[in-house]
Design a binder for this molecule. Structure first.
Ligand code: ADP
Ligand code: MG
Length: 255
């Protein structure tokens, strides 16, 4: 319905691992400011797709462009610098305070800034203060404001999961890739995270690609859905459309 060019354009991406085709001609586009869900049974290729989008996996063929710029063969840090940030399916943050972890995200923004701050140059100190102020804002946006100086090891599971989200946001991305952001959370933590994702989307105007098993959450948050099964895209559409699609029901119910 939108005439705006897509922010992210994934075209005909194929990935093979020693005989296994993990992604088989996957294409989809992400409209600016939208939430695009990528769903499918376990092993469908969702995380592999995120690995391609973030540069951790090179596809055998196909392309990924961000605002028209080719990302396909760039290193992960270059892709992050161009505006694609991600979270991982499993929590990777175990050390330091929330602030420490968010500042790591900020440092990834400017390598020169990191070197200069190590040398304690005055300009770098100001930049450091600005980064800290922004990290604090992002902690507030993600519901971690009260825990900014707490060690992540002492946080609840749901809060630690949201540290991953906050750290990705610290890169000031145009596109945020969320790999199972509520996996393992209890109902209250899920509800809180849904609320936070809705808020950051409205507040920061970013585009989100969401991998998620929780269908209720996909239905609530997603504008568009792409369904993968054994690496193949089997359906595209609105949440309501794909929910009724016979191929999708077959893939999920195994009938
Ligand atoms: P999903 O996230 O949808 O559950 P994945 O993308 O993790 O699925 O995996 C897709 C398929 O690719 C699975 O069969 C998985 O075992 C396989 N796979 C994923 N990563 C690798 C890898 N690095 N080497 C070999 N096989 C892999
Ligand atoms: Mg996965």
């Amino acid at each position: 319905t939108s005439a705006a060019p897509p922010v992210l354009d994934v075209r005909d991406v194929t990935v093979r691992f020693a005989g296994l085709t993990a992604l088989d001609g996957v294409s989809f586009t992400v409209t600016p400011g939208s939430v695009h869900a990528l769903i499918g049974p376990n092993g469908a290729g969702k995380s592999t797709c995120f690995n391609v989008l973030s540069g951790l996996c090179r596809p055998e063929s196909g392309s990924v462009t961000l605002g028209g710029a080719e990302l396909t063969r760039l290193a992960p840090h270059r892709i992050a610098a161009l505006g694609v940030a991600r979270t991982f399916q499993n929590i990777v943050t175990t050390h330091g305070t929330v602030a420490d972890n968010l500042m790591l995200g900020r440092h990834a923004l400017s390598r020169a800034g990191f070197a200069a701050s190590a040398l304690r140059l005055p300009g770098a100190r100001r930049e450091q203060r600005e980064h800290l102020a922004r990290a604090r804002e992002i902690a507030g946006l993600t519901g971690l404001g009260a825990h900014f100086d707490s060690p992540v090891a002492l946080l609840s599971y749901g809060d630690r999961k949201r540290v991953e989200l906050a750290r990705a946001l610290c890169l000031e991305p145009r596109v945020l890739l969320l790999d199972e952001p509520v996996a393992g959370m209890n109902a209250a933590e899920r509800a809180r995270t849904v609320e936070v994702v809705g808020e950051i989307r409205a507040e920061l105007g970013l585009s989100v690609v969401l991998v998620e098993h929780d269908m209720g959450l996909v239905m609530r948050l997603a504008d568009d859905v792409t369904v993968l099964d054994f690496g193949r895209p089997i359906a595209h559409g609105t949440p309501d459309e794909v929910r009724r699609d016979p191929e999708v029901l077959r893939a999920y119910l195994g009938t």
